[in-house]
Design a binder for this molecule. Sequence first.
Ligand SMILES: [Mg+2]
Length: 412
Amino acid sequence: MSRNYESLHDPNAEYTMRELSAETMGTTGTRGGDRDVEITDVQTTMVDGNFPWTLVRVYTDAGVVGTGEAYWGAGVPELIERMKPFVVGENPLDIDRLYEHLIQKMSGEGSVEGVTVTAISGIEVALHDLAGKILDVPAYQLLGGKYRDKMRVYCDCHTESEADPEACADEAERVVDELGYDALKFDLDVPSGFEKDRANRHLRPGEIRHKAEIVEKVTERVKDKADVSFDCHWTFSGGSAKRLADAIEEYDVWWLEDPVPPENLEVQEEVTKSTTTPITVGENRYRVTELRRLIENQAVDIVAPDLPKVGGMRETRKIADVANQYYVPVAMHNVASPVATMAAAHVGTSIPNSLAIEYHSYELGWWEDLVEEDVIEDGYIEVPEEPGLGLTLDMDTVEEHMVDGETLFDEA
Ligand SMILES: [Mg+2]
């Protein structure tokens, strides 16, 4: 049959694209006992956190439900709804095959990068929760086991006076002493008062001095108590980034994040190799195919994939494996609810080169109420021994904070 939009989205359509469905590969019904399970439904609910978290649930005929989360973004729930026919009827234990099946089926939408990969990530995380529950093992066990019992978490910090070096230092001290974190991040793309034209990406000397002062005040204040990183959000030219990285080499900087725009890898590599300040990049790249280039070119000192955006738990694991061949640590970018944060903890504990996971919601009082379990304690996540991700959604909190127009998940 000719290939058109309808045929691409018909699960029964025959066409020449490489097929990875159970029907084609003959894998349906090859499992015995409790592992002979079929996916019956996929649902999403968006929760209005400090980002619109997209929670995903995969239902089965065994009554077991897997919960996942996709990174926020326009169209993600619609894409997940579109993908539902491609996984319903499949065995959820075939995580890799279903992931590749979705990548293939959604290639027209653009599954090399972007929101389609994000949407697939949400399903992939839910499949790990589901597989862990079916097999009665924690998700980290599906990834090869543990390197550590607790995952270190770094706290993304903000102040109302983000350009005041002393205010940043005060907040750093408060987060360390009162909230118990030993790892922090502050924004460094803040106004200094010296800007003339921010569109040209060039940093004037006064801007460099101001940023170096923030770095100096914060790192000196929490010296020997916490590691501190600084985020630039892809703002500066290569030359300016090199001058900034050079100016802060004398301070105890954990890392400098995204100093230059993300498109040009050669500029990124040049900046990273110019300085002893550790450079971190990765949160807006997708899949191991893109992150691999950053790592192989040694354009990063630390790589920062965002798990519910980059392709999910196994894709993050693959990125970590490539990074480990270059002795590059992994610091997972994360702005998610407890669901994808815990998914990151399971991956983080399963890889040797794990540095830390971001926590981006310390100003949101109810973040942890979304689940029944404790998640972050004293700046660390103790990786659960319960099956799957080891979390139980608190449906009252989900319902209370649902985005307008959303409907609550069905019961299992
Ligand atoms: Mg960042």
